[in-house]
Ligand binder design. Structure first.
Ligand SMILES: [Zn+2]
Length: 232
């Protein structure tokens, strides 16, 4: 009976366990990445909404100022007809002229802001649509990831049960050797390439090592990396 065969079977199960364990670690990371991507979009949207609000405030402000001037001008014009002297009349004219100049300034400001608001509104709408779409995609992807995680955890449990069974077929001493090395080197059991080269570290082994490997009776370790050598 082959000495190394049960070790190879154990390594095969351990290989699957390693992959599954890696997936258990990777899935939450992928979820974090997705959330971070959504957060970036949310921040962009909040910033565009802030910009929109600030322009809307500018418009409202300019509008308020313009309305105040209009009403003041109307009042002055109403009172002007009641004035007695020419001098007073001229003073009112000056005051009205100044208010009219201010009025044009605020109206121009309002018009400019109304122009500015168009691309910002479009940007907000675009980001809102993008976020909604991304959110739907991410929700779906998250559900897939959760389902995958449950599958992986189930498979991991099964593989660990299988490992216990497979490990029973390996003698205590080689198993101890294998388990110790497993944490440092992977894979642990490697082919002796062309009867003389360790496939783990590429060191050419002495001929005696090759002979022992072919005998397949005991752990034969690479003289450099310590991996268990075998010849298929
Ligand atoms: Zn080696």
């Amino acid at each position: 009976m082959s000495f190394v065969q049960p070790l190879l079977e154990l390594q095969d199960v351990d290989g699957r366990i390693r992959e599954l364990e890696q997936e258990v670690v990777d899935i939450p990371k992928r979820k974090e990445q997705e959330n971070a991507r959504l957060d970036t979009l949310r921040q962009l949207l909040a910033s565009a909404q802030g910009e929109l609000k600030s322009i809307q405030m500018k418009i409202a402000e300019a509008d308020l100022e313009a309305e105040a001037r209009k009403s003041k001008i109307n009042d002055l014009k109403k009172n002007q007809v009641l004035l007695k002297t020419n001098k007073e009349f001229q003073m009112y004219n000056l005051e009205i002229k100044k208010l009219e100049d201010d009025l044009s300034t605020f109206e121009a400001r309002e018009i400019a802001a109304l122009d500015d608001i168009i691309p910002v509104k479009a940007k907000v709408a675009e980001l809102e649509a993008k976020l909604a779409k991304e959110q739907t995609d991410v929700d779906e992807y998250m559900a897939d990831l959760d389902a995958r995680l449950a599958e992986v955890q189930q498979a991991l449990q099964e593989a660990q049960t299988e490992r216990e069974k497979v490990a029973e077929k390996v003698d205590a001493r080689p198993k101890l050797y294998y388990d110790r090395l497993r944490c440092k080197r992977w894979p642990v059991v490697v082919e002796l390439h062309e009867g003389m080269v360790c496939a783990g570290c590429n060191l050419v082994q002495p001929p005696s090592v090759g002979q022992m490997v072919r005998r397949d009776m005991d752990v034969v370790a690479c003289t450099m990396c310590g991996r268990i050598l075998y010849q298929p």
